[in-house]
Design a protein around this ligand. Sequence first.
Ligand code: BMA
Length: 357
Amino acid sequence: MKRLKTIIIFLLIGMGMYAQTAAKLLLDRLETLREQGIMVGQQDATVYGTTWKWDEGRCDVKELTGDYPAIIGFDLGKLELDSDKNLDNVPFERMQREILAQHARGGIVTLSWHPWNPVTGNNAWDPEGNAVREVLPGGKQHDKFNAWLDKVANFILSLRTWDGKKVPVIFRPWHEMSGGWFWWGNKSCTPEEYIALYRYTHDQLGKAYGCDNIVWAYSPNVMDGQDDEATIRTYYPGNAYVDLIGFDIYEFDADNASYARKLRKGLQAVMKVAEKEGKIGVLSETGCRDLKDPTWFTELLWPVLKDFRLSYVLFWRNAWDQPEERYLPAKGDPAANDFVKFTQQKEILLTKDITKQ
Ligand code: BMA
């Protein structure tokens, strides 16, 4: 009898552990790490920089700080077209290896997706064609879209450790919908259609394909003269569909004061909604294009960030193909020392900082 009881207890514990999906474990980890500080991330950090591309083991952040970003972002755009390289020429095979490497070193990965316009055949920045309506059930492109989701699901499910465990990723599809430049943006669909798109994607990947390694991120963009909280709420897919709430914001015009003002305003709104809904707040994309200001990180960014309990900030890419698309310094750049100083604060976390505990 006693033996039976012990077996049952072990079985229950075993089942309990099984219920801890890769996504749930990552979400719990993100929650814990928020007590420690704000993680720094960068898009495509380990595949190219402004002056180099495809070198193995190279990373601008590591060259400056001695450590990898805690978060690395990759984009799935063009996976849907069966291309072997993404829209910025990153081979998917390399991307997969980099995701596993980042996971193995204790870092975290986020995936964005700039899929081509399924109606017009142009890239994601074509708002024409009522494409959201057409990909939803009943639409003319619905079958095509299902085939696209199949490819995304297969890629995400292919992310496994050497012993077969699923690697968790933060997936952030259908971003910046509150602007009008993407085919899923505010010029191309109604909020209801947008929400249906997000939910459909979530349910297909999560339920139909069993991608239980996805933490779901939702990120509008904030703009001057907008009620950011209203924007976030307008397109919000709902608490059952979203784990992280963030927003994208850039300094494109070297106007520090305006960026700092918009950033604070946006973060206030994001944190308000996130806290109310029991979600985690993030800064899902940011940076100063063609960064030259030698104290941008410590004198502009940090004074704003320090007031918010954010999980992470993802800087955009140091593009190999567009020199002005440079959002973090590399060795020798004007803001290099300042960035190092920024990351040396105990509340700013790189990979080694999040693997200590
Ligand atoms: C944009 C720009 C583009 C790039 C795209 C996807 O913000 O950086 O050059 O192709 O992101 O990475």
